[in-house]
Write a protein that binds this ligand. Structure first.
Ligand code: DX5
Ligand code: ZN
Length: 216
């Protein structure tokens, strides 16, 4: 079963609780929360305070994607705020093994993320320790960018690695997902699709989520 994780980056921040309820009722499986610090990526978005504020508005897992430098400093705050999954970029972690195990020690699922230009080899030695691998199909920082197709072979590489190690972890794709690109990602082995603009830019979120699910 493929899961859809709408990214609230493209939601109306003035009514975030209602926006989340809307996609939950529309068939979302995770709520994807994009955290940006203006250093690791050239944009600033939300922090633990917002995660804490939205927590009571949904029973869906909060899938927190940290696009920040020095994530170790903030992981505990996000866990306390109610994150169910916390993913960190390998490009931002000096001691990835320590960071992954720190996340797990807080009772939260741990994910690792790689940018489009980062090879899968960078996560090979940690894949047996994580709950999720997230592959960026855009350069992180903004919603509404175009899908970078050259990442697709990396989805296959990660899927092969999970088979090799007999793992049943999530393989998540983030950036430029729409019904067309969703199909390509799922065929390559992805089972969680983040979708920001392809869900929130449509009036009828249920139909938008269904359009993605119908095409895979
Ligand atoms: C990009 C974020 C994505 C983004 C996806 O830095 O990590 O989650 O919101 O937005 P779309 O689906 O519009 O590409
Ligand atoms: Zn994201």
């Amino acid at each position: 079963m493929v899961k859809i994780a709408p990214s609230i980056l493209s939601a109306d921040f003035a009514k975030l609780g209602a926006e989340i309820k809307d996609v939950e009722n529309g068939g979302a499986d995770y709520i994807h929360v994009d955290v940006m610090d203006g250093h690791f990526v050239p944009n600033i978005t939300i922090g633990p305070l917002i995660v804490d504020a939205i927590r009571p508005h949904t029973t869906l897992p909060l899938d927190v994607h940290l696009m920040i430098e020095n994530p170790d400093q903030y992981i505990e705050q996000f866990a306390k705020a109610g994150a169910d999954i916390i993913s960190v970029h390998v490009e931002a972690c000096k001691h990835l093994h320590r960071t992954v195990h720190f996340i797990k020690s807080l009772g939260v699922k741990a994910g690792v993320v790689i940018n489009p230009a980062t090879p899968v080899a960078m996560i090979e030695d940690i894949i047996t320790d994580v709950d999720l691998v997230l592959l960026m199909t855009v350069n992180p920082g903004f919603g509404g960018q175009s899908f970078i197709k050259s990442v697709v072979p990396k989805i296959r590489q990660v899927a092969d690695l999970t088979k090799k190690h007999n793992l049943s972890i999530d393989i998540e794709i983030d950036g430029g997902v729409n019904p067309e690109t969703a199909k390509i990602c799922v065929e390559a082995g992805a089972n969680v699709l983040v979708a920001g603009s392809a869900v929130f830019n449509y009036e009828d979120r249920k139909a938008a989520i269904q359009a993605i699910k119908n095409n895979i």
